[in-house]
Design a protein around this ligand. Structure first.
Ligand code: ZN
Length: 335
């Protein structure tokens, strides 16, 4: 192809392109059509589209804003339907009263976890306080600390666009920035009284999760159980990550959270010695709940060193954030 032919070719394609665009951009009204009915015919229903139309066709309408038959009008370039755009747009904020008045408004900052559904269960609750640590005359109850971390985790997950079910609930507590969390037996399992009998208590929360999983349409569904009663060793931070025997997805989830903890400990506390282990364990809640799950023991309230770590609210937040990052890692690698 010589230069002249090339030039002609370019000119020709340029013309075609322009004329196609030109044809798409303009249209003539039918008899009886006003601006909005005319625009509706081309799928433009938003106020913004109508505004744009009036601007780009200034001086082409009748004095009272009508269309002139036989005249061609330029069509808007913006979004066609305001309603559709709103329905398709993602949520930017959510309210979860369980987080308490200070934390209940959650802004969704990213959509990394769009399509993920999490069932969050704090250990014990109701008539069962779990492990009890003592500071002077004060009793620290495991269920209160596990619940605070679960709420912080739930909030972190929601900020990333996840759907979150908080299975054990206390309608009064919320996220608490206190060192010593007051004890109560108000906790319920999605509003139901928690029975004292251990098997009944565990079966109740599994039933609650399983009922929800039938309704939830997300492909990625995972349950997280949090306890604060592991066996601590001197000068070492022991965190146990359990999954159900034979559960590949549960194992992967536990490993992803474990890896995040290892990385964070290396970075923030290189000399502390983190001893986290992932293992399978035949726990009732892991066996009886449908979604793949990880069961975490984040420390021990009866161990002085762990207790010091867990009473600091920012530490509980850090634990929640790390678990959240582990879940993101797991969700991203799901295929
Ligand atoms: Zn426990």
């Amino acid at each position: 192809m010589n230069i002249r032919k090339l030039f002609l070719f370019a000119f020709w394609t340029g013309c075609c392109l322009t004329s196609t665009l030109y044809a798409q951009e303009r249209a003539k009204p039918k008899k009886g059509e006003g601006v909005s009915t005319f625009l509706q015919r081309f799928g433009y229903t938003s106020r913004a589209a109508q505004k744009e139309f009036l601007e780009i066709n200034k001086g082409k309408l009748t004095r009272d804003g009508g269309l002139i038959l036989g005249r061609s009008y330029r069509l808007p370039t913006g979004k066609k339907s305001g309603k559709k755009a709103r329905a398709g747009s993602r949520k930017t904020s959510v309210v979860e009263p369980l987080f308490g008045p200070v934390y209940q408004n959650v802004s969704v900052r990213s959509h990394e976890l769009d399509g993920a559904c999490l069932y969050l269960v704090s250990g014990h609750g109701g008539p069962d306080p779990g492990a009890i640590g003592k500071v002077g005359n004060r009793e620290l109850h495991e269920d209160e600390y596990a619940y605070d971390i679960i709420l912080r985790l739930g909030r972190a997950l929601m900020e990333k666009g996840a759907k979150v079910h908080i299975i054990i609930q206390d309608e009064k507590d919320g996220i608490r920035d206190d060192r010593y969390l007051s004890n109560s037996d108000r906790e319920t399992c999605l509003g139901q009284t928690i029975p004292l009998d251990q098997i009944a208590r565990l079966q109740q929360r599994c039933d609650a999760i399983n009922r929800l999983t039938y309704k939830d349409k997300e492909k990625y569904k995972r349950a997280i159980f949090i306890h604060v009663d592991s066996r601590g060793r001197k000068d070492q931070v022991d965190v146990f990550f359990y999954h159900s025997p034979g559960s590949k997805l549960g194992k992967r989830l536990a490993e992803n959270i474990h890896k995040t903890f290892e990385r964070k400990y290396d970075k923030h506390q290189p000399n502390r010695g983190f001893r986290g282990t992932v293992s399978e364990r035949s726990l009732y809640v892991l066996k009886k709940s449908n979604p793949a799950a990880a069961f975490l023991e984040l420390g021990n309230l009866q161990n002085e060193r762990d207790r010091k770590r867990l009473v600091i609210p920012s530490n509980r937040q850090a634990l929640a954030d790390w678990i959240c990052q582990g879940i993101i890692k797991d969700f991203k690698g799901k295929q």
